[in-house]
Design a protein around this ligand. Sequence first.
Ligand SMILES: [Zn+2]
Length: 486
Amino acid sequence: MNNNDSFEAVIGLEVHSQLLTKTKMFCPCPNVFGMEPNTAVCPVCLALPGALPVINFEGVKLAVKAALALNIDINRKSLFARKNYFYPDLPKGYQISQYLDPVSSNGYLNIQTGGGEKKIRINRLHIEEDAGKLIHIGNQSYVDLNRAGTPLVEIVSEPDINSASEAAAYLKALRETLVYLGVSDGNMEEGSFRCDANVSVRRKGDPRLGTRAEVKNVNSFKFVEKAIEYEIERQIDVVLSGGKVIQETRLYDSKENITRPMRGKEDAHDYRYFEEPDLPPLILSEEFISEVKNSLTELPAVKRGRYVSEYKLTEYDAEVLTQDKDIAHYFEDLIKENGGRVGIKKLANWIINELLSELKAREGEGRSPIKAQDFLELITAVESGSINRNTGKTVLAEMLSSRKKAGEVIKEKNLAQVSDDKGIEEIIKQAIDENRKEFADLISGKDKLFGFFVGEAMKKTKGKANPKKVNEILQKNIENYKSGRS
Ligand SMILES: [Zn+2]
């Protein structure tokens, strides 16, 4: 391994994302994951003779939506093409894709890097269909064609990425955008969002591009970063030892953290592309494009900016709240329900510090099962002092497991806070009586014992005493005692 600063990596990413349509791209079969093998199939996706494809307009709509969000120009006329290759999971012997005239080209996505914002240009976004799937068990191979014909977009970046961490930032921003739009579920593990990386290295200042190797189908963000890191170092080692990087496709082995050669890389001419004779050109009207444009929701980066400027949140808070579309919407619902009673920063803190950590502890619950309105009831109970913050946490946990409302939990468990001065006064007197020596020490200057008495009072009320009141009344008792004595 080396860390040679005289080299620079040049990386381009090809991302395939399945589209969240109800049906496949060119036939009416359901587009779902996890069905019994070979049950979501028909003559079109099985490639039976004479069956003809029909364009799914829902798929086109989602592709155009993604392209608009990625600042990619929509081409009013585009063509479908056949990409020919032979593989057991591809019954037609070709994939319907787009080649010379894609549905959209020339866009960009801004990413956050250590050195600030960076613009990564996007060469194109085109529509295609997925292949089926091979499953290998022991020495047998099985083919499942449920996935054959699933709508995909392929998004090809320009080679503007210069490190593994930039690649990860690009992927993260891209995935976030597609998930926000409802275009993709972004699931890398299930393969609905996949990434191939073209990696090459060159000496800094050299305008020529080095020979690239393609690293295929890495199935998590962490592995994409590791695979690219490994590949950059491998290529630098090859060049430094006087060898030549060869153009090939490599597979990443996550167990050993290395890439291995898989096959020589095909060039475009190996696919013998030609225009798909069974489909007409795809013509998009201005009306259709502006309709899709109007349906675009606020994107995460815009949301983050708005949270900072409009709600005065920190960049960090805005980042956490917008990471997940559902959480962002939940936060906005909470603001609406609240109508200005509780400060927005406080609402944000309740989600970030309490709700999200509770949800995280209950694995698999990405979205809050508590209605915004009910969560606000709990927040108001704490902020108005009718229960204290720690009790609030207990109530939240109980609400999440029993689905009861805050008021019910507080009443049932008798959790309402002891706030009346008399009640607290009595409890403090009791604590002093029971701990005369400690109280004398406190009076004579052992300030640390203040906390001890607060603790005693909280214990006696099972944590229900209003801590602010306990502090005030204890302080008053100390002062009374001191002035009485002097
Ligand atoms: Zn079908």
